[in-house]
Design a protein around this ligand. Structure first.
Ligand SMILES: CC(C)(COP(=O)(O)OP(=O)(O)OC[C@H]1O[C@@H](n2cnc3c(N)ncnc32)[C@H](O)[C@@H]1OP(=O)(O)O)[C@@H](O)C(=O)NCCC(=O)NCCS
Length: 178
């Protein structure tokens, strides 16, 4: 098997240095060139509390995923979810399962904190093999167009991390989408 030339590291968003901030924004804008938000800040809609970086042998950023600590309102009561956002891998590292491994680490981390679901907005063909399932609940959020999502944002999907059943009915995302 070929030697792996990358590693995954956790970073609390609040602990990022100025130089990491600049490198991260540069990397994110390279992966999402239509997201001008990255010209001035390191998130699109809301600052996440947690990040995972994929680093190459020299410490360069070659992959990233953010996780928001969110509570959603449902007809069964409030549920904690890990809102996964800004998932990206540098072109030379794509198609090697880097994203899938990044997500596996995130699932383990969330599971260890008793968070029953990961949730994201993305393309089902990219996330299905990581266990994400599209959901059809009506969604409400501070900044949303309810269930009509921008196609760049993709479909709302969840990954169950515990035995908790996913609720039916309207989901209130509380705060902005991610
Ligand atoms: C999407 C992205 C993160 C995938 O990273 P990656 O490390 O290449 O992904 P993996 O190798 O782990 O593959 C994961 C799955 O996604 C699929 N996939 C990856 N890129 C895809 C694409 N552009 N179109 C369709 N499927 C894709 C793979 O075939 C694989 O599916 P499988 O397990 O069923 O075979 C990467 O291509 C990227 O950064 N793209 C630009 C930014 C972006 O669009 N991010 C997603 C925002 S929702």
């Amino acid at each position: 098997m070929a030697q792996r030339d990358w590693r995954i590291e956790y970073r609390a968003d609040a602990a990022l240095s100025d130089s990491e901030n600049a490198r991260l924004r540069h990397f994110l804008f390279g992966c999402f060139p239509y997201e001008t938000a990255f010209l001035t800040r390191r998130y699109i809609k809301q600052a996440p509390a947690h990040r995972w970086l994929v680093l190459d042998e020299k410490g360069g950023i070659v992959g990233h995923a953010a996780v928001h600590e969110k509570t959603i309102g449902t007809q069964n009561g409030d549920l904690r979810i890990g809102g996964v956002a800004e998932v990206c891998v540098a072109s030379p590292y794509r198609g090697k399962g880097v994203m899938k491994e990044l997500l596996r680490e995130i699932f383990e981390w969330l599971h260890g904190r008793d968070v029953p679901f990961a949730m994201l907005f993305g393309q089902p063909k990219v996330y299905a093999s990581s266990g994400f399932q599209p959901i059809d609940n009506e969604l409400a959020a501070e900044n949303s167009l309810a269930r009509h999502w921008n196609p760049f944002c993709g479909k709302a999907m969840i990954k169950p991390l515990a035995k908790t059943p996913w609720p039916r009915g309207k989901i209130e995302l509380r705060g902005p989408t991610f």
